[in-house]
Design a protein around this ligand. Structure first.
Ligand SMILES: NC(=O)c1ccc[n+]([C@@H]2O[C@H](COP(=O)([O-])OP(=O)(O)OC[C@H]3O[C@@H](n4cnc5c(N)ncnc54)[C@H](O)[C@@H]3O)[C@@H](O)[C@H]2O)c1
Length: 540
């Protein structure tokens, strides 16, 4: 359904003809942006055709990306993406802008981030609606995503006065041993479709206070979110007479991402997306000894022991498994139930899923709790996973079908009767399919939790304090996020966010994640007249 016009390999004359065709095609096509219901798009400065590259000025010489509403398959608007040459121009401008930005004291950079937070607050509703319209998540989550960016701005403002170094006792007389943190330069951000604003927000606010400039490549199926967000930031930079290239944008596809991964001028590539692509990016960046920050796929589990509060489990699981139609990296994909509570929880969860179905609809409408998948590819992945699960012996307890309605809707699905090591259970399929597994002890449940390649989020439901500390300890969950009596999804920004193993090991957002955006120098200063060597070495 979603068309991506590929102009990349065309000669100049063909490109001209190509863009003419697209222009003509656009003029006869209907755009949601023209309908009164979607007038909020204009409040964000969006038009039918938008330039998708920004480095102080807006332009774009690449493919025309058409962006569709997942709830009805209709065309929202278009974005003219960037080419690799456009990307190159952005790097040049961003590095020039760094010379200005890095000289501004950190708390003053924090003041700019504060203003970005204020500007986002002003646009909370229209931008949240755009997230909902273009990605397909329900409106409260779309607004919540923008709120998350606002929260990270607030956090980064405080951080801008707290990114402390160290003074370490020196073993040598008249010597000072210091640890200093400096910005890296221009940070490249490649982000996924499912958090088209917040993931950039985490990287943006932290990178900025750390003294870096940024070049962002969002997902090619959510380019309006990238353009609208960058417009908000650009206004703040321009009002402060700062170079817009501090926060550059290159809308585009894999070609731009690959160029960024290879580019020695980009000391850090922060990549959020699938494990498959993340691995390629990581290897490319590593081959030039660059740094990568990886936020990759998850295969998250809720474990439930026999003492758990059953109703709490059901409420948490409904949100974590079926919420966002299964399109969060932290979505619960495996529910590991103690056999004493297995039947009761499964029965209640099936009832809760039944109650969710009448709340299915256009995610931008009030009261809707369950929206569509992002595109046809996701619907195909859903159907393939159901087929594989059934062929492996799985029993469909709920759902299992593509819905017969416009857009990309599928039934939220519960499948039982599989083992934890069944290949389809071990795989992250980015759709609302939950595998319900049985266990008879916490040790067995933890073994199931840890046996997958991914290591993002995990939760244990229990009322037993002893179990809690086993779960949090060395023989407990091996994930980056380890919760108790809350779902696997819905993290707060104050903690470091990220996961282990094939999730990539990166940490973003709170705690000391800022250190990933800076380089550390260990500095020894001799303020005496002698030259004593460390470890008492004599060189005489
Ligand atoms: N751990 C996290 O924080 C987190 C958060 C959100 C999403 N995710 C993961 O993202 C995935 C879903 O997102 P997606 O389908 O957009 O992921 P994806 O890997 O298909 O795409 C992610 C980004 O990479 C770009 N890209 C594609 N090929 C590239 C290449 N060869 N080199 C460089 N860049 C390239 C895409 O254009 C996009 O911008 C899921 O696996 C989900 O778990 C993880």
């Amino acid at each position: 359904m979603a068309l991506l016009f590929v102009a990349r390999n065309l000669r100049a004359t063909e490109k001209l003809a190509f863009s003419y065709t697209i222009r003509n095609m656009s003029s006869t096509q209907k755009f949601l942006i023209d309908q009164p219901k979607y007038s909020f798009l204009k409040e964000l400065g969006l038009e039918k055709r938008n330039a998708g590259v920004y480095n102080g000025k807006w332009f774009g010489n690449g493919e025309v990306l058409q962006t569709f509403c997942p709830a009805n398959g209709e065309l929202i608007a278009e974005v003219q993406a960037g080419t690799v040459d456009d990307y190159d121009q952005c790097v040049v401008e961003s590095r020039k802008a760094w010379n200005v930005w890095a000289d501004i004291p950190a708390p003053k950079r924090g003041e700019i981030v504060r203003q970005i937070g204020v500007a986002l607050r002003d646009k909370l509703e229209p931008l949240g609606k755009l997230v909902s319209l273009e990605m397909g998540k329900i409106l409260p989550e779309g607004i919540g995503e923008v709120q998350e960016y606002v929260d990270v701005c607030d956090y980064a403002v405080g951080l801008s006065r707290m990114m402390e170094g160290k003074v370490i006792p020196s073993e040598r007389p008249n010597h000072a041993l210091l640890e200093m943190w400096n910005p890296l330069g221009t940070v490249g951000v490649i982000s996924a479709f499912n958090f088209p604003v917040a993931v950039y927000g985490w990287n943006n606010a932290l990178s900025l206070v750390c003294g870096n400039t940024l070049i962002w490549k969002g997902a090619p199926s959510t380019p309006l979110c990238s353009v609208a967000t960058t417009k908000i930031i650009a206004d703040v930079l321009e009002q402060n007479n700062l170079p817009g290239a501090i926060c550059s944008l290159v809308s585009g596809g894999a070609d731009v991402g690959i160029a960024m991964a290879k580019d020695v001028r980009i000391p850090l590539v922060s990549f959020t997306g699938s494990t498959k692509v993340g691995r390629e990016v990581a290897l490319t960046v590593q081959s030039r000894f660059g740094r990568s920050l990886l936020e990759l796929g998850g295969n998250n589990a809720i474990l439930v022991d026999e003492s758990a509060d059953v109703d709490l489990v059901v409420r948490a699981a409904l949100f974590a498994c079926a919420g966002t139609a299964g399109q969060r990296c932290t979505t619960t994909r495996r529910l590991v139930l103690h056999d004493k509570v297995y039947d009761a929880i499964l029965a209640k969860l099936v009832k809760a899923y039944e109650q969710l179905l009448p709340r299915t609809g256009d995610p931008i409408e009030a009261g809707v709790m369950y929206g569509p998948l992002h595109n046809q590819m996701a619907v195909d992945q859903y159907s393939a996973a159901i087929k594989e699960a059934v062929a492996s012996g799985g029993k469909i307890e709920f759902g299992g079908k593509v819905m017969d309605r416009p857009g990309f809707f599928v039934e939220p699905t519960i499948i039982s009767n599989l083992k934890g090591d069944t290949p389809v259970v071990m795989t992250e399929t980015f759709v609302p399919i939950l595998y319900v597994l049985k266990c008879s002890s916490l040790e067995e449940a933890i073994q199931i939790n840890n046996q997958v390649d991914q290591g993002l989020s995990s939760s244990l439901f229990t009322q037993n304090m002893g179990q809690v500390f086993k779960w949090l300890g060395p023989k407990g969950s091996d994930c980056g996020i380890v919760n108790v009596n809350i779902p696997t999804s819905g993290a707060e920004i104050g903690g470091a966010f990220g996961g282990e193993k094939h999730t990539g090991g990166g940490r973003e957002s709170g705690s000391d994640s800022w250190k990933q955006y800076m380089r550390r120098s260990t500095c020894t200063i001799n303020y005496g007249k002698d030259l004593p060597l460390a470890q008492g070495i004599k060189f005489e």
